[in-house]
Design a protein around this ligand. Structure first.
Ligand SMILES: *Cc1c(COP(=O)(O)O)cnc(C)c1O
Length: 395
């Protein structure tokens, strides 16, 4: 049996005609930069996420970049974030001339630890108060502890830029005015950053991204920043760039968006199937650390899509051996991420490698993502678990 980590072919086959029609419309319209197709898709994503504004951009990376630019974060500023995420989270901070401050993650969700965030801010405020923003990442499709994060952010008056690149449609409970309400990723911070990279739950046929916000002035600024800071045309009050979402991508993504919740549901069902199969195989936490969703046991969780499983990640001490064994047996798997950001070569001149972030470093050694895509069938999951079981029993 062959189980790829991700197979886009069934989805592509299903949408083939609809996508071709949508693309033909874009081609015939001759409106190739922004225009109504992009605008409509922006509004659809904003509605889906429960925010007022969506600003279509060229990628998730550029969503982060123009968010930092529009919030005036630059040289001399510090931005708190997690060391355990895709490179772009940190790369965009460096690219605007600011510097990241890394704090460790929680072992269960692998998301940034709010307690450590609070400690870092306390220390910063007793010193030279350089931390201007935090970028929490909703890793693998599960929201960071946003209730605590927002409380901390409000207390210390810093911006919150949600890196929701892996988490479109995920949600979490947030305490607001004495009530607990469920909020979607990208609707809690000052801005939310999304990616439509083909391997995300909502993926284009190339690069694309979106910034979401409830702040009308900021939305206007972001729109201007994605278009060289021009307003009106050829009059530039600040320096932006070309970060526009292509109507070709918007047209494809608009076809797919109505199916997104179904895909999330199928990914969640696949997660449940894994749980059941692992249990049946006797693979408990002693042998293999199964993904533990922070809110998984709560009854609301199932109905509220809290975790959209962009990735399903297990942890094991013999990760590299297991990975090799699975690949040998035609089971696709991948390490997200093998090296923490503070240990990256490009940050060496800044001395970040002297920092020790043990939880993140351990996660980088032990994490392994298994296939979880919506079209995965039961027999394939059975095969994945059988292979892991075989590997563990062989000792
Ligand atoms: C994918 C991803 C990005 C970058 O998105 P692109 O569209 O590939 O530029 C940023 N942050 C995280 C956490 C991601 O997973």
């Amino acid at each position: 049996m062959n189980v790829p980590l991700l197979d886009l072919k069934p989805q592509t086959k299903f949408f083939r005609e609809k996508i071709l029609t949508a693309l033909t419309e874009v081609i015939d319209s001759t409106q190739y930069i922004l225009g109504p197709v992009v605008q409509e898709f922006e509004q659809s994503v904003a509605n889906y996420c429960g925010v007022d504004h969506g600003i279509g951009v060229s990628s998730g990376t550029d969503a982060l970049l123009i968010s930092l630019m529009a919030l005036d974060i630059g040289p001399g500023d510090l931005v708190l974030t997690t060391p355990y995420t895709f490179f772009a989270t940190m790369g965009s901070i460096m690219r605007v001339g600011a510097r990241p401050v890394f704090v460790d993650i929680k072992p269960d969700s692998m998301n940034i630890d709010p307690q450590l965030v609070a400690m870092a801010l306390e220390k910063d405020r007793q010193g030279d108060s350089k931390i201007k923003a935090i970028i929490p990442v909703h890793l693998f499709g599960q929201c960071a502890d946003m209730s605590e994060m927002m409380t901390i952010a409000n207390k210390y008056n810093i911006y919150v830029i949600e890196d929701a690149a892996q988490a479109i449609g995920s949600a979490c409970p947030v305490a607001e005015k004495g009530e607990t309400i469920w909020k979607k990723a990208g609707s809690m911070g000052d801005v939310g950053c999304f990616s439509f990279f083909p391997s995300k739950n909502l993926g284009g046929i190339g690069d694309g991204g979106m910034v979401t916000t409830n702040d009308e002035k900021l939305a206007e600024r972001l729109r201007s920043f994605r278009n060289h800071g021009a307003k009106p045309k050829y009059y530039h009050s600040f320096i932006g760039g070309n970060f526009r979402l292509d109507p070709v991508q918007a047209a494809v993504l608009a076809v797919k968006l109505p199916y997104l919740n179904d895909w999330h549901k199928k990914r969640q069902e696949n997660r449940n199937t894994y749980d059941k199969l692992f249990l049946e195989a006797g693979l408990t936490e002693a042998a293999i650390d199964l993904p533990s969703a922070v809110f998984a046991s709560k009854p609301e969780a199932a109905t509220k899509n809290h975790h959209i499983y962009n990735q399903y990640v297990i942890k094991t001490e013999k990760r590299d051996e297991l990975r090799a064994f699975l690949l040998d047996n035609n089971v696709g798997c991948e390490v997200y991420y093998p090296l923490c950001l503070h240990q990256q070569e490009c940050l060496r001149p800044y001395g970040y490698n002297k920092q020790s972030l043990p939880v993140a470093e351990k996660a980088a050694k032990q994490s392994l993502a298994l296939p979880i895509y919506p079209e995965l069938v039961y027999e394939q999951q059975q095969y994945v678990v059988a292979m892991i079981s075989k590997f563990i029993q062989a000792g």
